[in-house]
Design a protein around this ligand. Structure first.
Ligand code: 4AD
Ligand code: MG
Length: 431
């Protein structure tokens, strides 16, 4: 039998149907009992009039504990005032499995309690809305690249070396072969893929043993990384802005109910359209100085710096050409100025900070060798990567978008921990 979902109720107005789900809420007033059912796709108020149902069913409606799983039967009616726009005139009610003393009640709970009960907290309306939006964003990401002829190519999780600096590696013993590391980024493998397929993207979990205990850092997060052969920094920025527009506009179009549950003000999100402003790192430093920030040229931008810069714009801003000293070894130097890397970071508005980091890659074998030495990286581990520069090297570029940073920004969350089902943080690995 095909179960009916609450989100499809418009097709069933005037019909007698049965739905399955969980008790979200209930209340009674004299001869009427109200049971709010949730099924993961929406909420439905079921109304039981004393005269319309058997005494057993009427009694049962009162006994239901929050989160009991139930089956309700009745007539679907239009009801403009009800959440979702429909109501059920109930005729029957069956318990599938009882629930008593559900730990998460409508009252306020502390964040640590909620995090300890994350497996149950996921059932709350805000969390369901976030997970649904996360899913829509993932779909937009895949639709975007698939629609442009990119090939999804999975990168390994266990790797022999660092990509984004050695200080944030999770390591593990790997049989007789010494240590293996959880990947920080699929990029180097995506570069090999781009040389094989032209345009690829990797999309998977990545890991950083971040010592930082901030609202913007997870130790395990999902990253999508496009990589394109025969593309320079400008092409990379063109791709990034089109990509962001596509994601945000897809969510606005399809997820209005969820954004409403999250009380997300979507005015600024609506602005996420091409062209996005592009400023150089030098211009970013000027903005910081004008805003009274004592910033030293050559430093990386910190969280507060990013907020000050992005506050000058009504949509995400791309900052390009950072000092090469603060950027990764694989980034190509700017031929106009050797001190700069052909890098780009995209900063989200409203203080959400960096959501995309990318660059044009160093495609010259000798320069790349120098960089690997400068960064004290083990050359043996990069032999294969250097081969990409030996055999038909081409200009190429790519970037990485952090999924949770994007979910957090679009949903208007104040911490990344709610943007992923089971967050891994420096101080938390359960549930
Ligand atoms: O800027 P990052 O470190 O860039 C790379 O890893 C490149 N290899 C990407 C590439 O060019 N293919 O990370 C990219 C994005 C950041 O902009 C941010 O959105 C996210 O990944 N990110 C994190 N998200 C959550 N927790 C963390 N600890 C993150 N570190 C990076
Ligand atoms: Mg970065």
């Amino acid at each position: 039998m095909q179960n009916i979902n609450i989100k499809d109720l418009s097709e069933y107005v005037g019909q007698q149907i049965t739905l399955k789900g969980w008790v979200y809420n209930k209340r009674a007033s004299g001869k009427i009992k109200f049971v709010v059912l949730r099924d993961g796709t929406g909420y439905l108020q079921c109304v039981y009039f004393k005269g319309n149902v058997s005494p057993e069913v009427f009694e049962l409606a009162d006994k239901l504990g929050q989160e009991s799983s139930i089956e309700v039967t009745g007539m679907i009616k239009d009801e403009k005032r009800a959440p979702g726009g429909f109501e059920m005139d109930g005729t029957d009610l069956k318990i599938i499995s009882e629930s008593h003393d559900y730990p998460i009640t409508p009252k306020d709970h502390g964040i640590e309690f909620l995090m300890d009960n994350r497996h149950l907290w996921l059932r709350s309306s805000k969390q369901v809305a976030i997970l649904r939006i996360r899913h829509r964003i993932i779909k937009a990401i895949r639709d975007f690249f698939d629609g442009k002829g990119f090939i999804l190519m999975d990168a390994p999780i266990l790797t022999p070396s660092a990509v984004e600096g050695t200080s944030t590696l999770f390591e593990t013993e790997y049989f007789d072969l010494g240590k293996a590391y959880l990947t920080q980024s699929g990029q180097l493998y995506a570069e090999a893929g781009a040389m094989a397929l032209g345009k690829v993207y990797t999309f998977g979990p990545t890991f950083r043993a971040e010592k930082s205990k901030t609202r913007r850092h997870l130790t395990e997060f999902w990253m999508v990384e496009p990589e394109v052969a025969f593309a320079d920094l400008n092409d990379n920025m063109d791709l990034a802005e089109e990509f962001l527009e596509f994601i945000v506009q897809s969510v606005i179009k399809d997820m209005a109910d969820e954004l409403k549950i999250l009380e997300r003000n979507t005015e600024l999100l609506k602005n996420v359209k091409r062209p996005l402003p592009r400023i150089s790192y030098d211009e970013a430093v000027e903005i910081l100085k004008k805003n009274g920030i004592d910033f030293q040229w050559g430093n990386d931008l910190g969280g507060t710096d990013e907020t000050v810069i992005s506050n000058q714009f009504d949509r995400p801003v791309m900052v390009h050409r950072y000092p090469s000293e603060v950027k990764a070894f694989y980034m190509k130097r700017d031929p106009q100025n050797e001190k700069l890397a052909l890098a780009v970071d995209v900063l989200a508005p409203e203080g959400y900070g960096e959501i995309i980091g990318g660059s044009q890659r160093e495609d010259n074998l000798d320069f790349l060798l120098e960089r690997i030495k400068e960064h004290n990286l083990p050359i043996e581990a990069f032999e294969w990567y250097l081969d990409l520069r030996k055999y038909g090297s081409v200009p190429h570029s790519g970037f990485g978008l952090g999924l949770e940073r994007t979910v957090s920004w679009i949903c208007g969350l104040d911490h990344l921990r709610e943007a992923i089902p089971f967050p891994r943080l420096i101080y938390r690995k359960t549930p």
